[in-house]
Design a protein around this ligand. Structure first.
Ligand code: GLN
Length: 470
Protein backbone atom coordinates (compact mmCIF):
# COMPACT_ATOMS: atom_id res chain seq x y z
CA UNK A 1 0.00 0.00 0.00
CA UNK A 2 1.47 3.30 -1.00
CA UNK A 3 -0.56 5.55 1.32
CA UNK A 4 1.41 7.56 3.84
CA UNK A 5 1.07 6.84 7.54
CA UNK A 6 -0.72 10.17 8.00
CA UNK A 7 -3.24 9.23 5.30
CA UNK A 8 -3.90 5.82 6.80
CA UNK A 9 -4.31 7.14 10.32
CA UNK A 10 -6.53 10.07 9.24
CA UNK A 11 -8.74 7.66 7.31
CA UNK A 12 -9.19 5.42 10.37
CA UNK A 13 -9.96 8.38 12.61
CA UNK A 14 -12.46 9.70 10.07
CA UNK A 15 -14.18 6.31 9.81
CA UNK A 16 -14.45 6.13 13.58
CA UNK A 17 -15.96 9.64 13.67
CA UNK A 18 -18.49 8.69 11.00
CA UNK A 19 -19.60 5.29 12.27
CA UNK A 20 -18.96 5.10 15.97
CA UNK A 21 -21.97 7.18 16.99
CA UNK A 22 -23.97 4.15 15.86
CA UNK A 23 -21.62 1.29 16.73
CA UNK A 24 -20.18 2.62 19.99
CA UNK A 25 -17.12 0.43 19.81
CA UNK A 26 -14.61 3.08 20.87
CA UNK A 27 -14.18 4.52 24.38
CA UNK A 28 -11.81 7.20 23.18
CA UNK A 29 -9.70 7.98 20.14
CA UNK A 30 -6.06 9.02 20.33
CA UNK A 31 -6.24 11.69 17.60
CA UNK A 32 -3.34 13.80 18.70
CA UNK A 33 -0.76 11.16 19.58
CA UNK A 34 -1.74 9.03 16.59
CA UNK A 35 -1.39 11.90 14.14
CA UNK A 36 1.91 12.92 15.67
CA UNK A 37 3.31 9.39 15.43
CA UNK A 38 2.11 9.04 11.87
CA UNK A 39 3.93 12.25 10.91
CA UNK A 40 7.10 10.98 12.51
CA UNK A 41 6.79 7.69 10.63
CA UNK A 42 6.42 9.51 7.32
CA UNK A 43 9.50 11.61 8.06
CA UNK A 44 11.62 8.67 9.16
CA UNK A 45 10.13 5.39 7.87
CA UNK A 46 11.45 2.29 9.66
CA UNK A 47 14.14 0.21 7.93
CA UNK A 48 13.77 -2.50 6.87
CA UNK A 49 10.26 -1.68 5.61
CA UNK A 50 7.61 -2.96 8.03
CA UNK A 51 4.42 -4.73 6.94
CA UNK A 52 2.65 -2.70 9.65
CA UNK A 53 3.98 0.67 8.49
CA UNK A 54 1.43 3.32 9.39
CA UNK A 55 -1.19 0.66 10.14
CA UNK A 56 -3.96 1.95 12.43
CA UNK A 57 -4.62 -0.40 15.34
CA UNK A 58 -7.50 -0.31 17.86
CA UNK A 59 -6.66 -1.62 21.33
CA UNK A 60 -8.95 -3.03 24.00
CA UNK A 61 -9.09 -0.61 26.91
CA UNK A 62 -7.67 -3.06 29.45
CA UNK A 63 -4.27 -2.85 27.72
CA UNK A 64 -2.16 -0.01 29.13
CA UNK A 65 -1.13 2.87 26.91
CA UNK A 66 0.61 6.05 28.04
CA UNK A 67 -1.36 7.84 25.34
CA UNK A 68 -4.92 8.50 26.51
CA UNK A 69 -6.55 6.64 29.38
CA UNK A 70 -6.91 2.94 30.26
CA UNK A 71 -10.36 2.54 31.79
CA UNK A 72 -11.07 -1.23 31.65
CA UNK A 73 -14.65 -0.19 30.93
CA UNK A 74 -15.00 0.58 34.65
CA UNK A 75 -15.98 3.62 36.67
CA UNK A 76 -13.22 2.81 39.11
CA UNK A 77 -10.61 3.48 36.40
CA UNK A 78 -12.61 6.08 34.45
CA UNK A 79 -9.74 8.58 34.67
CA UNK A 80 -6.78 6.24 35.02
CA UNK A 81 -3.70 7.22 33.05
CA UNK A 82 -1.16 4.46 32.78
CA UNK A 83 2.43 5.42 33.59
CA UNK A 84 3.73 2.82 31.13
CA UNK A 85 2.91 1.08 27.86
CA UNK A 86 2.06 -2.60 27.69
CA UNK A 87 4.69 -4.81 26.05
CA UNK A 88 2.43 -5.40 23.04
CA UNK A 89 2.06 -1.64 22.56
CA UNK A 90 5.83 -1.17 22.48
CA UNK A 91 6.15 -4.00 19.99
CA UNK A 92 3.47 -2.54 17.73
CA UNK A 93 5.02 0.90 17.80
CA UNK A 94 8.48 -0.49 17.03
CA UNK A 95 6.89 -2.20 14.03
CA UNK A 96 5.53 1.12 12.76
CA UNK A 97 1.88 0.60 13.74
CA UNK A 98 -0.17 3.47 15.19
CA UNK A 99 -2.65 3.05 18.05
CA UNK A 100 -5.68 5.12 17.04
CA UNK A 101 -8.33 4.14 19.60
CA UNK A 102 -9.04 2.36 22.88
CA UNK A 103 -12.05 0.09 22.53
CA UNK A 104 -15.04 -0.79 24.64
CA UNK A 105 -15.23 -3.97 26.73
CA UNK A 106 -17.22 -5.61 29.46
CA UNK A 107 -15.95 -4.14 32.73
CA UNK A 108 -12.56 -5.73 33.51
CA UNK A 109 -13.25 -8.13 30.61
CA UNK A 110 -16.00 -9.91 32.54
CA UNK A 111 -18.82 -10.72 30.18
CA UNK A 112 -19.85 -12.05 26.81
CA UNK A 113 -21.76 -9.16 25.27
CA UNK A 114 -19.91 -5.86 25.98
CA UNK A 115 -23.08 -4.80 27.83
CA UNK A 116 -21.21 -4.85 31.16
CA UNK A 117 -19.18 -1.78 30.18
CA UNK A 118 -19.74 1.03 32.69
CA UNK A 119 -20.01 3.46 29.78
CA UNK A 120 -22.24 2.08 27.02
CA UNK A 121 -23.09 -1.08 25.07
CA UNK A 122 -21.45 -1.76 21.73
CA UNK A 123 -23.63 -2.75 18.75
CA UNK A 124 -23.20 -5.56 16.28
CA UNK A 125 -22.61 -4.07 12.78
CA UNK A 126 -24.62 -6.93 11.22
CA UNK A 127 -27.68 -5.97 13.27
CA UNK A 128 -27.49 -3.06 15.71
CA UNK A 129 -30.26 -4.61 17.82
CA UNK A 130 -27.84 -7.41 18.67
CA UNK A 131 -24.76 -7.65 20.86
CA UNK A 132 -21.31 -7.97 19.29
CA UNK A 133 -20.33 -10.56 21.90
CA UNK A 134 -17.64 -9.88 24.43
CA UNK A 135 -15.68 -9.00 26.27
CA UNK A 136 -13.49 -7.65 23.44
CA UNK A 137 -16.61 -6.41 21.58
CA UNK A 138 -15.18 -2.97 20.82
CA UNK A 139 -11.99 -4.26 19.15
CA UNK A 140 -13.91 -6.86 17.18
CA UNK A 141 -16.50 -4.35 15.90
CA UNK A 142 -13.81 -1.84 14.93
CA UNK A 143 -12.38 -4.49 12.57
CA UNK A 144 -15.75 -5.93 11.46
CA UNK A 145 -17.01 -2.48 10.42
CA UNK A 146 -13.69 -1.83 8.63
CA UNK A 147 -12.89 1.19 10.80
CA UNK A 148 -9.37 -0.21 11.32
CA UNK A 149 -7.54 -3.15 9.72
CA UNK A 150 -6.17 -4.54 13.00
CA UNK A 151 -7.06 -4.70 16.68
CA UNK A 152 -5.92 -6.29 19.90
CA UNK A 153 -8.27 -8.02 22.28
CA UNK A 154 -7.75 -10.12 25.37
CA UNK A 155 -9.00 -13.54 26.37
CA UNK A 156 -9.59 -15.16 29.69
CA UNK A 157 -12.38 -17.44 28.48
CA UNK A 158 -13.39 -16.76 24.89
CA UNK A 159 -13.39 -12.97 24.82
CA UNK A 160 -11.78 -12.75 21.38
CA UNK A 161 -13.24 -15.82 19.66
CA UNK A 162 -16.84 -15.44 20.80
CA UNK A 163 -17.27 -11.84 19.53
CA UNK A 164 -15.21 -12.66 16.41
CA UNK A 165 -17.79 -15.33 15.68
CA UNK A 166 -20.74 -12.97 16.33
CA UNK A 167 -19.28 -10.28 14.04
CA UNK A 168 -17.67 -12.29 11.23
CA UNK A 169 -13.97 -11.56 11.76
CA UNK A 170 -10.86 -13.65 12.45
CA UNK A 171 -9.61 -13.66 16.05
CA UNK A 172 -6.93 -15.73 17.74
CA UNK A 173 -6.28 -16.69 21.35
CA UNK A 174 -2.60 -17.56 21.44
CA UNK A 175 -1.03 -20.26 23.63
CA UNK A 176 -0.75 -19.23 27.29
CA UNK A 177 2.76 -17.77 27.45
CA UNK A 178 3.00 -16.88 23.75
CA UNK A 179 2.38 -13.14 24.28
CA UNK A 180 3.57 -11.06 27.24
CA UNK A 181 0.79 -9.73 29.48
CA UNK A 182 2.98 -6.96 30.84
CA UNK A 183 0.57 -4.01 30.87
CA UNK A 184 -2.60 -6.08 30.47
CA UNK A 185 -4.82 -5.35 33.48
CA UNK A 186 -5.10 -8.75 35.17
CA UNK A 187 -8.45 -10.54 35.40
CA UNK A 188 -7.52 -14.22 35.98
CA UNK A 189 -3.76 -14.57 35.75
CA UNK A 190 -3.58 -18.29 34.98
CA UNK A 191 -5.85 -17.75 31.94
CA UNK A 192 -5.32 -14.22 30.58
CA UNK A 193 -3.75 -13.80 27.16
CA UNK A 194 -3.66 -10.96 24.59
CA UNK A 195 -4.57 -11.82 21.00
CA UNK A 196 -4.80 -10.37 17.48
CA UNK A 197 -7.93 -9.55 15.49
CA UNK A 198 -8.16 -8.90 11.75
CA UNK A 199 -10.39 -9.60 8.78
CA UNK A 200 -8.46 -12.74 7.83
CA UNK A 201 -5.77 -15.17 8.92
CA UNK A 202 -3.12 -13.20 7.07
CA UNK A 203 -3.77 -10.08 9.16
CA UNK A 204 -3.83 -12.12 12.36
CA UNK A 205 -0.54 -13.84 11.40
CA UNK A 206 1.07 -10.49 10.72
CA UNK A 207 0.06 -9.07 14.09
CA UNK A 208 0.91 -12.20 16.05
CA UNK A 209 4.49 -12.25 14.81
CA UNK A 210 4.96 -8.72 16.14
CA UNK A 211 3.41 -9.21 19.59
CA UNK A 212 4.61 -12.77 20.38
CA UNK A 213 7.79 -13.68 22.22
CA UNK A 214 9.54 -13.71 25.55
CA UNK A 215 9.43 -10.60 27.72
CA UNK A 216 11.32 -10.72 31.02
CA UNK A 217 8.64 -8.50 32.59
CA UNK A 218 6.08 -11.33 32.31
CA UNK A 219 7.58 -14.45 33.82
CA UNK A 220 4.86 -16.60 32.21
CA UNK A 221 5.93 -15.57 28.71
CA UNK A 222 7.86 -18.40 27.10
CA UNK A 223 11.16 -18.27 25.26
CA UNK A 224 9.91 -20.22 22.28
CA UNK A 225 11.04 -19.06 18.80
CA UNK A 226 8.52 -16.84 16.99
CA UNK A 227 8.16 -18.02 13.39
CA UNK A 228 7.20 -15.78 10.49
CA UNK A 229 3.56 -16.86 10.63
CA UNK A 230 2.61 -14.89 7.54
CA UNK A 231 5.37 -16.38 5.39
CA UNK A 232 4.25 -19.85 6.50
CA UNK A 233 0.60 -19.41 5.46
CA UNK A 234 1.03 -20.98 2.04
CA UNK A 235 3.48 -23.71 3.01
CA UNK A 236 2.19 -27.17 2.13
CA UNK A 237 0.92 -28.84 5.29
CA UNK A 238 0.33 -32.37 4.07
CA UNK A 239 -2.99 -34.05 4.80
CA UNK A 240 -4.57 -32.23 7.70
CA UNK A 241 -6.23 -34.48 10.29
CA UNK A 242 -9.21 -32.60 11.74
CA UNK A 243 -11.02 -34.00 14.74
CA UNK A 244 -14.45 -32.61 15.48
CA UNK A 245 -15.31 -32.78 19.15
CA UNK A 246 -18.63 -34.63 19.48
CA UNK A 247 -19.35 -32.94 22.83
CA UNK A 248 -19.46 -29.59 21.02
CA UNK A 249 -22.27 -30.69 18.71
CA UNK A 250 -24.79 -31.75 21.32
CA UNK A 251 -27.75 -30.19 23.06
CA UNK A 252 -28.02 -26.39 22.90
CA UNK A 253 -26.41 -26.04 19.47
CA UNK A 254 -28.54 -23.79 17.29
CA UNK A 255 -29.69 -25.69 14.15
CA UNK A 256 -28.48 -23.00 11.77
CA UNK A 257 -25.08 -22.85 13.45
CA UNK A 258 -24.86 -26.63 13.11
CA UNK A 259 -25.79 -26.49 9.43
CA UNK A 260 -23.18 -23.83 8.65
CA UNK A 261 -20.41 -25.56 10.64
CA UNK A 262 -21.16 -28.93 9.04
CA UNK A 263 -20.87 -27.28 5.62
CA UNK A 264 -17.46 -25.94 6.70
CA UNK A 265 -16.42 -29.48 7.63
CA UNK A 266 -17.42 -30.59 4.13
CA UNK A 267 -15.32 -27.81 2.69
CA UNK A 268 -12.28 -29.04 4.61
CA UNK A 269 -12.91 -32.53 3.26
CA UNK A 270 -13.00 -31.08 -0.25
CA UNK A 271 -9.71 -29.36 0.45
CA UNK A 272 -8.19 -32.75 1.16
CA UNK A 273 -8.40 -32.92 4.95
CA UNK A 274 -9.40 -36.01 6.85
CA UNK A 275 -12.31 -35.08 9.13
CA UNK A 276 -13.39 -37.46 11.88
CA UNK A 277 -15.04 -37.54 15.29
CA UNK A 278 -13.03 -37.28 18.49
CA UNK A 279 -14.08 -36.96 22.12
CA UNK A 280 -13.24 -34.51 24.90
CA UNK A 281 -14.92 -36.46 27.70
CA UNK A 282 -14.66 -33.84 30.47
CA UNK A 283 -16.28 -31.06 28.41
CA UNK A 284 -19.37 -30.95 30.61
CA UNK A 285 -17.26 -29.56 33.49
CA UNK A 286 -15.71 -26.72 31.50
CA UNK A 287 -18.00 -23.87 32.51
CA UNK A 288 -18.11 -24.76 36.21
CA UNK A 289 -14.36 -25.20 36.32
CA UNK A 290 -13.69 -21.97 34.41
CA UNK A 291 -16.01 -19.85 36.56
CA UNK A 292 -14.52 -21.14 39.80
CA UNK A 293 -10.97 -20.44 38.69
CA UNK A 294 -11.59 -17.09 37.02
CA UNK A 295 -13.64 -15.67 39.88
CA UNK A 296 -11.13 -16.86 42.50
CA UNK A 297 -8.26 -15.24 40.66
CA UNK A 298 -10.28 -12.10 39.91
CA UNK A 299 -11.16 -11.62 43.56
CA UNK A 300 -7.45 -11.52 44.33
CA UNK A 301 -6.39 -9.41 41.32
CA UNK A 302 -9.09 -6.80 41.85
CA UNK A 303 -8.14 -6.23 45.50
CA UNK A 304 -5.68 -3.60 44.26
CA UNK A 305 -8.51 -1.24 43.29
CA UNK A 306 -8.95 0.25 46.73
CA UNK A 307 -9.15 3.99 46.14
CA UNK A 308 -5.61 4.46 47.42
CA UNK A 309 -3.49 3.82 44.37
CA UNK A 310 -5.63 3.98 41.27
CA UNK A 311 -8.60 5.82 39.88
CA UNK A 312 -11.82 6.63 41.69
CA UNK A 313 -12.00 7.37 45.43
CA UNK A 314 -15.23 8.03 47.32
CA UNK A 315 -15.85 11.68 48.20
CA UNK A 316 -16.32 11.86 51.96
CA UNK A 317 -15.50 8.61 53.73
CA UNK A 318 -16.27 8.30 57.45
CA UNK A 319 -13.06 6.36 58.10
CA UNK A 320 -10.59 4.27 56.13
CA UNK A 321 -12.68 1.09 56.11
CA UNK A 322 -15.54 3.15 54.75
CA UNK A 323 -13.16 4.63 52.19
CA UNK A 324 -12.33 1.16 50.80
CA UNK A 325 -15.85 -0.18 50.80
CA UNK A 326 -17.59 2.96 49.50
CA UNK A 327 -14.95 3.37 46.79
CA UNK A 328 -15.40 -0.22 45.63
CA UNK A 329 -19.16 -0.04 45.94
CA UNK A 330 -19.31 3.08 43.78
CA UNK A 331 -16.54 2.02 41.38
CA UNK A 332 -17.45 -1.56 40.44
CA UNK A 333 -20.47 -2.68 38.45
CA UNK A 334 -22.70 -5.56 39.48
CA UNK A 335 -21.03 -8.33 37.43
CA UNK A 336 -17.60 -7.44 38.84
CA UNK A 337 -19.01 -7.45 42.37
CA UNK A 338 -20.66 -10.82 41.74
CA UNK A 339 -17.32 -12.29 40.61
CA UNK A 340 -15.42 -10.85 43.57
CA UNK A 341 -17.95 -12.34 45.98
CA UNK A 342 -18.01 -15.75 44.27
CA UNK A 343 -14.24 -15.85 44.09
CA UNK A 344 -13.73 -14.76 47.69
CA UNK A 345 -16.10 -17.52 48.77
CA UNK A 346 -14.33 -20.15 46.66
CA UNK A 347 -10.99 -19.20 48.21
CA UNK A 348 -12.16 -18.89 51.80
CA UNK A 349 -10.89 -21.16 54.52
CA UNK A 350 -12.82 -24.42 54.63
CA UNK A 351 -14.02 -24.02 51.03
CA UNK A 352 -10.70 -23.72 49.21
CA UNK A 353 -10.24 -27.49 48.85
CA UNK A 354 -13.82 -28.12 47.84
CA UNK A 355 -13.91 -25.40 45.20
CA UNK A 356 -10.68 -23.83 43.97
CA UNK A 357 -8.45 -26.86 44.46
CA UNK A 358 -11.07 -29.19 43.01
CA UNK A 359 -11.43 -26.90 40.00
CA UNK A 360 -7.67 -27.03 39.45
CA UNK A 361 -7.83 -30.83 39.41
CA UNK A 362 -10.68 -30.78 36.90
CA UNK A 363 -8.66 -28.34 34.83
CA UNK A 364 -5.92 -30.96 34.55
CA UNK A 365 -8.45 -33.54 33.36
CA UNK A 366 -9.70 -31.10 30.71
CA UNK A 367 -6.14 -30.39 29.57
CA UNK A 368 -5.40 -34.12 29.39
CA UNK A 369 -8.46 -34.62 27.15
CA UNK A 370 -6.79 -32.31 24.65
CA UNK A 371 -3.38 -33.95 24.93
CA UNK A 372 -5.03 -37.31 24.24
CA UNK A 373 -7.06 -35.97 21.31
CA UNK A 374 -4.00 -34.40 19.70
CA UNK A 375 -2.42 -37.84 19.47
CA UNK A 376 -5.03 -38.58 16.81
CA UNK A 377 -5.58 -35.24 15.07
CA UNK A 378 -3.69 -32.06 14.16
CA UNK A 379 -6.49 -29.62 14.93
CA UNK A 380 -9.85 -29.82 16.70
CA UNK A 381 -12.85 -28.25 15.02
CA UNK A 382 -16.11 -27.02 16.55
CA UNK A 383 -18.60 -24.19 16.32
CA UNK A 384 -17.17 -21.13 18.10
CA UNK A 385 -20.48 -20.42 19.81
CA UNK A 386 -23.70 -22.40 20.29
CA UNK A 387 -25.86 -19.64 18.78
CA UNK A 388 -25.46 -16.59 16.56
CA UNK A 389 -25.43 -13.11 18.17
CA UNK A 390 -28.27 -12.57 20.63
CA UNK A 391 -30.34 -9.42 21.17
CA UNK A 392 -29.16 -6.59 23.41
CA UNK A 393 -30.61 -7.10 26.87
CA UNK A 394 -31.65 -10.69 26.13
CA UNK A 395 -29.34 -12.29 28.68
CA UNK A 396 -28.55 -9.31 30.91
CA UNK A 397 -30.71 -10.50 33.79
CA UNK A 398 -29.47 -14.06 33.70
CA UNK A 399 -25.75 -14.37 34.45
CA UNK A 400 -25.81 -18.15 34.09
CA UNK A 401 -27.20 -17.97 30.58
CA UNK A 402 -24.60 -15.35 29.73
CA UNK A 403 -21.85 -17.67 31.05
CA UNK A 404 -23.05 -20.40 28.69
CA UNK A 405 -22.29 -18.16 25.70
CA UNK A 406 -18.63 -19.26 26.01
CA UNK A 407 -19.31 -22.94 26.52
CA UNK A 408 -17.15 -23.97 23.54
CA UNK A 409 -14.38 -21.48 24.27
CA UNK A 410 -13.24 -21.78 27.87
CA UNK A 411 -11.63 -25.23 27.57
CA UNK A 412 -8.85 -23.84 25.35
CA UNK A 413 -8.09 -21.23 28.02
CA UNK A 414 -8.09 -23.86 30.77
CA UNK A 415 -5.79 -26.09 28.71
CA UNK A 416 -3.61 -23.14 27.65
CA UNK A 417 -3.78 -24.12 23.96
CA UNK A 418 -4.19 -21.74 21.00
CA UNK A 419 -7.58 -21.40 19.32
CA UNK A 420 -8.92 -19.32 16.45
CA UNK A 421 -12.36 -18.31 15.22
CA UNK A 422 -12.93 -17.75 11.52
CA UNK A 423 -16.10 -16.71 9.67
CA UNK A 424 -17.67 -19.79 8.04
CA UNK A 425 -21.10 -18.69 6.84
CA UNK A 426 -24.37 -17.00 7.76
CA UNK A 427 -27.75 -17.80 9.21
CA UNK A 428 -30.87 -17.25 7.10
CA UNK A 429 -31.27 -13.89 8.83
CA UNK A 430 -27.77 -12.91 7.70
CA UNK A 431 -25.91 -13.25 11.00
CA UNK A 432 -22.32 -14.50 10.86
CA UNK A 433 -21.36 -17.92 12.20
CA UNK A 434 -17.84 -18.71 13.43
CA UNK A 435 -15.79 -21.87 13.13
CA UNK A 436 -13.37 -22.65 15.95
CA UNK A 437 -10.09 -24.47 15.43
CA UNK A 438 -7.84 -25.50 18.33
CA UNK A 439 -4.27 -26.81 18.16
CA UNK A 440 -1.58 -28.07 20.54
CA UNK A 441 0.52 -25.62 22.58
CA UNK A 442 2.54 -23.25 20.37
CA UNK A 443 1.05 -24.63 17.14
CA UNK A 444 -0.35 -21.23 16.12
CA UNK A 445 1.25 -21.61 12.67
CA UNK A 446 -0.78 -24.78 12.06
CA UNK A 447 -4.00 -23.00 13.08
CA UNK A 448 -3.27 -20.06 10.84
CA UNK A 449 -2.44 -22.32 7.91
CA UNK A 450 -5.68 -24.25 8.35
CA UNK A 451 -7.64 -20.99 8.62
CA UNK A 452 -5.88 -19.55 5.60
CA UNK A 453 -6.55 -22.64 3.47
CA UNK A 454 -10.26 -22.28 4.25
CA UNK A 455 -10.23 -18.56 3.53
CA UNK A 456 -8.53 -19.14 0.16
CA UNK A 457 -11.48 -21.35 -0.80
CA UNK A 458 -14.31 -19.21 0.66
CA UNK A 459 -15.21 -15.54 0.89
CA UNK A 460 -17.17 -15.38 4.17
CA UNK A 461 -14.38 -13.37 5.82
CA UNK A 462 -14.54 -10.79 3.03
CA UNK A 463 -18.28 -10.07 3.37
CA UNK A 464 -19.03 -6.70 4.88
CA UNK A 465 -21.73 -5.93 7.40
CA UNK A 466 -24.49 -3.41 6.63
CA UNK A 467 -22.93 -0.88 9.03
CA UNK A 468 -19.48 -0.57 7.58
CA UNK A 469 -16.99 2.05 6.41
CA UNK A 470 -17.13 2.83 2.67
N1 GLN B 1 -17.37 -14.54 29.17
C1 GLN B 1 -16.13 -14.79 29.84
C2 GLN B 1 -16.21 -14.20 31.22
O1 GLN B 1 -17.09 -13.44 31.43
C3 GLN B 1 -15.07 -14.17 29.02
C4 GLN B 1 -13.99 -13.50 29.73
C5 GLN B 1 -12.82 -13.18 28.91
O2 GLN B 1 -12.40 -13.99 28.08
N2 GLN B 1 -12.22 -12.04 29.20
O3 GLN B 1 -15.45 -14.50 32.09
Amino acid sequence: MSATAVERVSLALRRIREHDAMLKCVIHTLDESATQRARLLDTAPPTPASPLFGAPVAVKDNICTTDGLTTCGSKILANFKSPYDAHVIERLRDAGAVIVAKTNLDEFAMGSSTENSAFFSTRNPWDPERVPGGSSGGSIVAVAARLVPYALGSETGGSIRQPASFCGVTGLKPTYGRVSRFGLVAFASSLDQIGPVAVDARGVARLLRIIAGRDPRDSTSVDEPVPDYEAMLDEPTGKLRIGYAKEYFGEGLHPETRRVVEAAMEMYRKLGAEVFEISLPHSAYTIACYYLICTAEASSNLARFDGVRYGHRTAEPADYIDMYSATRDEGFGSEVKRRIMLGTYALSSGYYDAYYLKALKVRTLIKNDFLEAFKKCDVILSPTTPTPAFKLGEKSDNPLEMYLADIYNCAANLAGIPAISIPCGFTDAGLPVGLQLMAPHFAEARLLQAAHAYQQATDFHARRPPICAE
